[in-house]
Write a protein that binds this ligand. Structure first.
Ligand code: GDP
Length: 465
């Protein structure tokens, strides 16, 4: 049966929870070397669900002074072999620095975590319960181990992780619990987009009108423009606010102008070479990249190369056709460019394509609207349950192949990252899964889940053990 380890700082009620789960059944004691104090193992039954519970409470009464370090060392040992961690906090005490430290450490471990806010009977635990979302393990299970409250909620939280097979044995469901995005320090990155400036880069060949466009947006002559290619030599970031004409709302934008990505042959002097680097860097800094085409020149190979680079870097892309004021036969031009984009690069299917004129200002509000929309999609997280409902449909619509008569089993999908949206599919015999099937899944994700042409990442994983 799956092993569920109970982890948490002293006094949060780990042993009480262990006893509640294991009841009067005999608890085995582990005296494995390397664990100073014994761990207790017990066969737990939770509303008919069976698993092995592991109590780690034995550590806490030794030398409290050096607790965090030692606790970590011991938890590390105990976590080996564990399939799921129940991370217990005291809802009445709220989130303490030690809880945060344990959380930080746990996030780096490859084990699904269920957060349990214990001592949550009555109302005294409510603030702590809310606070515990900040630990980054999603919704906490409010529990009173002592009073036996919240047991059904714990069952609900564990159920997606533990499954029964035909013979009635319980197994670990392949899943990871990485509900949030973390920075280098393991801190949760909150994606509250409403106040965050949109980081927007404008790229395109020389003379496409990048500088003119940005001047127009800013409505002041801050950047140099001129008829010769490459007159803007530096990348410049400008913070600015766009007034959404529909809502009248002011929305912050950080614009990064780029010197233009020139064909290699045209990169003559050092200064120009620097500018190319700048353009690449501005893609790095951008959330959304606008690739500006020139209506008087149509789509060129270099444009597709830039588009491909933007998608490879995982940025949300918009394509704008500039100089629309002087475009010949606009509607056939537009359709022609749309077709040429999709033919040139399959991933461009569904990319927002917007006609603009940097000179007259036509289409610029559409462009900004589209930019905010694609940032939203690029940052979107699909809840695991909804994602798996979609997954089941996608698998029945087009079942994975059975090379050599053996079926490839795809069991579960989760979104482990946003910006760009990244997904992990769990299953068995994944080595045999053809690339075309991966592409089918990625394209379906983009089409069915509203990501459009936002680049999407997909990884395959087989369950450990
Ligand atoms: P950059 O190299 O991409 O920054 O291009 P510039 O902004 O310097 O523009 C190159 C040339 O195209 C200039 O002569 C602009 O006046 C012209 N241009 C830019 N946008 C438009 C537009 O929307 N319509 C027209 N007719 N000309 C434009």
């Amino acid at each position: 049966t799956p092993q569920v380890i109970i982890i948490g700082r002293p006094n949060v009620g780990k042993s009480t929870l262990f006893n509640r789960l294991v009841g009067k059944r005999i608890a085995l004691v582990d005296d494995q070397p390397g664990v100073t104090r014994d761990r207790r193992f017990g066969e737990a039954v939770l509303l008919g669900m069976e698993f092995t519970a592991v109590d780690t409470a034995g550590w806490e009464d030794e030398d409290p002074g050096s607790l965090p370090g030692r606790m970590r060392a011991q938890t590390e040992v105990s976590l080996k072999g564990a399939d799921i961690a129940l991370f217990v906090i005291d809802a009445r005490a709220g989130v303490t620095p030690l809880d945060e430290e344990i959380a930080r450490w746990l996030r780096g471990q490859n084990v699904p975590v269920v957060l349990v806010a214990n001592k949550a009977e009555g109302r005294a635990g409510e603030p702590g319960l809310l606070e515990s979302y900040s630990l980054g393990f999603g919704e906490p299970v409010a529990l009173s181990a002592e009073h036996g409250e919240g047991v059904a909620d714990l069952f609900e939280a564990l159920q997606p992780l533990i499954e029964k097979d035909e013979s009635g044995d319980t197994h670990l469901t392949p899943e990871v619990n990485v509900p949030v995005e973390l920075d280098e320090d393991g801190e949760v990155i909150e994606n509250d987009l409403s106040a965050a400036p949109l980081h927007l880069a404008v790229v395109g060949r020389p003379n496409a009108g990048k500088s003119t466009l940005i001047n127009r947006l800013l409505e002041e002559d801050r950047l140099l423009t001129g008829p010769e290619a490459g007159i803007t030599r530096d990348s410049i970031a400008v913070d600015w606010e766009w007034t959404d004409p529909k809502s009248g709302q002011l929305r912050p934008v950080r614009l990064v102008d780029t010197a233009g990505m020139r064909k290699k042959a045209r990169v003559i002097d050092k200064l120009e070479r620097l500018s190319v680097l700048d353009a690449q860097r501005s893609i790095d800094y951008a959330e959304v990249v606008v690739l500006l085409l020139d209506a008087t020149r149509g789509l060129e190979t270099q444009d597709l190369k830039i588009a491909n680079l933007v998608l490879e870097e995982g940025r949300a892309l918009i394509i704008a056709i500039n100089k629309w004021d002087v475009a010949q036969e606009p509607s056939s031009l537009f359709n022609g460019i749309r077709a040429a984009l999709e033919e040139g690069l399959a991933q461009l299917r569904g990319v927002p394509l917007i006609a603009v004129s940097a000179v007259t200002g036509k289409g610029l509000d559409n462009l900004l609207n589209a930019a905010f929309d694609v940032r939203e999609a690029w940052s979107r997280r699909i809840p695991t349950s909804a994602l798996n409902r979609w997954f089941d449909d996608a698998l029945s619509a087009n079942p994975p192949p059975a090379p050599g008569g053996k079926r490839i089993k795809l069991r579960y999908i989760t979104q482990n990252k946003t910006r760009p949206p990244s997904f992990v599919v769990f299953g068995t015999r994944l080595d045999a899964l053809p690339k075309s099937y991966e592409r089918y899944l990625m394209n379906s994700i983009r089409r069915d889940l509203g990501f459009g042409a936002v680049p999407v990442r997909l990884a395959l994983r087989s369950p450990k053990n």
